[in-house]
Design a protein around this ligand. Structure first.
Ligand code: NAD
Length: 304
């Protein structure tokens, strides 16, 4: 149904997602404010455009993968934004895969419905999985918006990911994403604190890991992404916390969760604690390290 797909935001994630769409046979039209990135895509044979509006004029669907809410709003409502000349826009489906707050996703969905020609739909579809999953096409998409639009977009999602979960109306994909990352942050803090206490009490992390993973404390942070150096191979903890999911991105996602919780009046003591700890790590110079570095740099754990 969609032959030509627009892609805006060709950073760590977006560049790889656009490559996978291209490999799946779509004609992909791209835009990024970074000229070096645009040149690289032009050299690879992609059609490049100088503004988001030009991308929307040329494509059947547009996907955005941008750092934050402000960038997404700029791409839609800025001077060269998609909504600025709605009459020129050919695209009928807009997918935002950036991690942003659900309130902004809902605002954008309403703006698209009211300012573009009838039949235009918006899906908020953030992803779980990092750069490697983006590269391998194994991302998980959490999708909010109309079910009809979700169904029509499934082939697009499946060319970039392997799991696509429909979450309900507008903003629900964004809500799912920030809730997922909140739970991930808290579980990482929980196991890191426990491993650190365990070491101080004389029980090493390797032994505790074995116990957790066959007991009720088992979780992703203990059995897949263990934060203690040397306990598990192939995870950031075992390569000086390089690569993986940057502490600054975790701090950003916790800020989104905190803002959203405040807006709806939800109790969020764990969000506040996690937000404070990950912000402190960023201020301490660890913003580019994987977020599991909280074990070493906050709890002062020692290598086994
Ligand atoms: P990134 O900073 O590497 O890339 C963002 C790209 O957007 C850059 O190339 C930048 O030049 C471009 N950009 C910024 N403003 C623009 C504008 N107004 N118009 C056009 N292009 C613009 O970010 P990323 O790591 O690719 O992450 C993108 C989103 O995905 C974020 O919301 C992030 O939270 C989320 N996410 C990231 C990861 C990860 O592991 N990196 C995992 C899951 C979700």
């Amino acid at each position: 149904q969609f032959e030509r797909v627009g892609f805006i935001g060709l950073g760590n994630m977006g560049s790889r997602m656009a490559d996978n769409l291209f490999k799946a046979g779509y004609s992909v039209v791209v835009h990024d404010i970074n000229h070096d990135v645009m040149k690289a895509f032009s050299d690879k044979g992609f059609l490049t455009k100088n503004s988001p509006l030009q991308v929307a004029e040329e494509s059947d669907a547009v996907i955005t993968m941008l750092p934050s809410s402000a960038h997404v709003m700029d791409v839609y409502t800025g001077p060269e934004g998609i909504l600025n000349r709605g009459d020129q826009v050919r695209s009928r489906l807009f997918i935002d895969s950036s991690t942003i707050d659900p309130q902004t996703s809902r605002k954008l969905s309403a703006a698209i419905a009211s300012q573009l020609n009838g039949g235009s739909a918006m899906l908020d579809a953030p992803v779980s999985g990092g750069i490697l999953s983006a590269e391998n096409g194994t991302l998980t998409f959490m999708v909010g918006g109309s079910e009809e639009a979700y169904r029509s977009a499934r082939p697009l999602f499946l060319s970039m990911g392997k799991n696509v979960i429909y979450c309900g109306g507008p903003g629900n994909g964004s809500a799912a994403k920030i809730c997922n990352n909140l739970a991930m942050a808290v579980s990482m803090l929980g196991v890191s604190e426990a491993f650190s206490l365990g070491q101080s009490l004389g029980i090493g992390a390797a032994t505790l890991t074995e116990i957790f993973n066959s007991s009720s404390a088992r979780c992703w942070s203990s059995n897949t992404y263990n934060p203690v150096p040397g306990v598990m191979e192939g995870v950031p903890a075992s390569r000086n916390y390089d690569g993986g999911f940057a502490t600054k991105l975790m701090a950003k996602d916790l800020n989104l969760a905190a803002t959203s919780a405040k807006e709806v009046g939800a109790r969020s003591p764990m969000t506040s604690s996690a937000q404070k700890i990950f912000t402190e790590l960023c201020d301490g110079g660890y913003e580019k390290k994987d977020f599991s570095c909280v074990f070493r740099h906050y709890f002062h754990g020692k290598d086994e």
